[in-house]
Design a protein around this ligand. Structure first.
Ligand code: HEC
Ligand code: HEC
Length: 315
């Protein structure tokens, strides 16, 4: 795994502001200045003061919440090195965006990783992958054990993709991890960045599935189809991905859980109009479309072996 401690944008900003203020202070210790220069000097001093207080505010912010200023975005593709590691990064990106086409033996539906992990897996609040290789392994209650990043990826292969796990040491698995590692180049090791996962949703809200059906017809079916079947081209690629039926994720997937799906759609759907639904509307719609017919995950009864399953888990 490639760990990287490159200076991140925020500390760079602090450093820049501090060096500008140092320059300012040297300049105003000059003697023999004309009146007009004094006005400029006063303005410069005021600017320095305001920059200094900005820098202090950023430093304070970072001290109290180290992840708050870490931004999630896709690094410039020109930073992919022109070597074997770079080739693996590119292969990982290709798989992420064309999973169904690239890995037909491992994908049982017609989705791509980036159907849910939007923006090449690097969009805040769409479960971005930035930082993940430094965060895993972690304990996960679904399996009741510590999971590596490879095992977490396979969780999505078996559930979100309704398919089969990739070999843990295969070139394609290593390509996916390489891509995630490249995505993480500007993040400190082991810190969960702001924008990981999805937006918060109130899990105490009771879903009204009938209202969800009505809202789905109004707000979702134009792209995802009347019954959530999506819109597909002849070659099997989609214009809009299925959210129900055989081409969709199975009932053991995180997205099949009402509150997880609600959190995703609240932040990201309708596409291009994120955060336009209320929590209650998101919960109603999620409850409706997640319970439409879809592939069944075998052995779901083995999930959450310690009896701590969340209330929206499918059995
Ligand atoms: C149907 C939607 C969907 C698809 C398709 C999908 N995932 Fe996921 N993925 C999720 C959800 C939901 C989560 C859980 C997010 C959370 O816990 O907040 C998740 C979590 C993850 C995580 C852990 C993120 C974290 O913050 O810990 C990784 C890594 C991941 N997926 C990789 C993949 C890969 C690789 C693929 C393609 C092979 C894929 N996913 C396909 C829905 C999907
Ligand atoms: C304007 C078209 C459009 C509308 C309207 C829309 N979506 Fe989507 N949806 C998309 C696109 C595009 C993607 C992601 C595809 C990609 O980038 O590969 C997506 C992805 C999804 C996914 C994850 C992938 C999958 O197929 O499981 C879900 C779930 C989803 N949308 C649910 C909804 C819900 C619920 C609504 C209504 C509140 C909605 N969408 C409205 C276009 C739309």
């Amino acid at each position: 795994m490639k760990t990287s401690f490159k200076i991140n944008y925020s500390s760079y900003l602090v450093a820049t502001i501090l060096s500008i203020s140092a320059m300012g202070i040297t300049a105003c210790s000059e003697t023999e200045i004309k009146a007009v220069d004094r006005v400029e000097e006063a303005e410069a001093l005021a600017r320095v003061k305001s920059l200094e207080s900005q820098a202090a505010a950023i430093k304070e912010d970072m001290a109290s919440n180290p992840s708050a200023k870490l931004t999630i975005s896709m690094p410039d593709e020109s930073t992919i090195p022109d070597d074997e590691f770079g080739a693996a990064v590119r292969r990982g990106l290709q798989i992420a965006n064309h999973t169904y086409k690239e890995l037909p033996d491992n994908v049982g539906n017609q989705l791509n990783c980036t159907s849910c992990h939007l923006g090449n897996g690097s969009e805040a609040y769409a479960a971005p992958w930035n930082g993940m290789p430094g965060i895993y392994p972690i304990y996960r209650s679904r399996g009741g054990r510590v999971n590596s990043i490879q095992e977490r990826i396979n969780g999505c292969f078996e559930r979100s993709m309704n398919g089969k796990a990739l070999d843990l040491g295969s070139d394609d698995m290593n390509a996916m991890v390489s891509y995630m590692s490249w995505l993480s180049q500007d993040l400190p090791y082991g810190v969960s960045p702001e924008g990981r996962g999805f937006v918060e949703i109130d899990k105490n809200l009771e879903p009204n599935t009938d209202n969800g059906k009505k809202l789905f017809a109004e707000k979702c079916s134009v792209c995802h189809g009347e019954n959530g079947e999506g819109q597909y081209n002849d070659d099997g690629s989609y214009v809009y991905p299925a959210v129900a039926g055989e081409k969709s994720f199975n009932d053991g997937a995180g997205m099949a859980r009402t509150y997880t799906a609600a959190a995703f759609i609240k932040g990201k759907m309708p596409f291009g109009q994120g955060n336009s639904l209320s929590d209650q509307e998101a919960v109603d719609i999620a409850s409706y479309f997640t319970h439409l017919p879809r592939p069944i995950k075998a052995n779901k009864d083995k999930d959450w072996p310690n009896g701590d399953a969340p209330k929206d888990v499918r059995r």
